[in-house]
Design a binder for this molecule. Sequence first.
Ligand code: TRP
Ligand code: MN
Length: 445
Amino acid sequence: MNDILTGLDHHATLPALQQPIWPDAAEVLKVRAELAKQPPLVFAGEVDQLRNRLADAAAGKAFLLQGGDCAETFADATADRIRNRVKTLLQMAVVLTYGASMPVVKMGRMAGQFAKPRSSNDETRGEITLPAYRGDAVNGYDFTPESRANDPWRMLKAYNTSASTLNLIRAFTQGGFADLRSVHEWNRGFSENPANARYESLAKEIDRAIKFMAACGADFESLRTTEFYVSHEALLLDYERPMTRIDSRTGNPYDTSGHMVWIGERTRQLENAHVDFLSRVRNPIGVKLGPTTSVEDAKALIEKLDPQREPGRLTFITRMGAGKIREELPKLVEAVRDMGSQPLWITDPMHGNGITTKNGYKSRRFDDVMDEVRGFFEVHYAAGTIPGGIHIELTGDDVAECLGGSEKIDESTLEERYESLCDPRLNHSQSLELAFLVAESLTKN
Ligand code: TRP
Ligand code: MN
């Protein structure tokens, strides 16, 4: 790869929403020059390999599991926390691999998820107004003028934190930690808990399958290691643009800040900078689609972002809400199907299901999350299209942010173990439960 600033900057004049107001433009240029000199976090060959894996998922031959924090923080980029998140994703992946009888593409919402879109530039508490928290890549969460000041040098820290996070992920998934047999042992801890008795029979089936493999002497390398990809929202163009490099082998630009990047509902306007940026990089890309998405929007995004209809190039991440998915999703998947296009469709059952509890917490009900996942499968089966994966906000830790699940987390428990600076995440056990429920419904199909 060439570490040069790419021609993508020529398009820097297009309107870009959700960008921080930086106090000093000259400092931003310095940071960008520094970022442009850093080694890429991912390699073009890996990105191309992921595109092939996602093509399989779009064709119904693999299933994508994408998950991680709503917002990563510098403070939480510790060995323990990263390990717990990877562990949770791997545990879910084993169950889903069995349920789907297909390879699961494992992808973290990790090593780059440091910037957040906000509804306002400012936040007011009492008499005091300060810049809104836009993620650790921009400013700090503490409500003081020093912490909330937007600081472009934080983007360099985001790069370094992403690099150390990704390094640990690579070590875990290549060095023996991700061995299928140990991941399965961890799952026994979950299914042997009396609260999860309902999942015991599925866990036993998986156990038998693994013992069968062992009895046959199956001891190949593929049981010991696993591919693991990283992804984040491509929000901060002052970060993503300098991380974009021309691959010396092919001459194509790759955003080397992550294997896959996506854009959200708030930045997916066709004529604006984010869509333009995504249209120019070779990475697999995602776009979030909410309940107000029109058929025309979806079609125009395909024309702009995937004009060649390249398998694995484009993922639509739908976030409709449990109460709306059965009404709003069919027309989109049918219209896209009828235009002969086959993007990868995955469900984000988190963002359409937010509630505020009586005691003032942003939360989500586990049952609503599951209901949206079920609706997603129903809609795709009815349309003859492919439900290719799930996108989940989760943590590997024992927090209490979402309501319900077999541990029956209630509103008062939120007061004890709520840690998220952003949206509420499924905790370790809720995440596994979701994987078991999805696997159950997959084995029935
Ligand atoms: N390599 C296979 C895969 O990635 C099997 C495997 C090894 C696996 N470790 C894993 C599957 C952990 C799920 C989770 O699918
Ligand atoms: Mn979120």
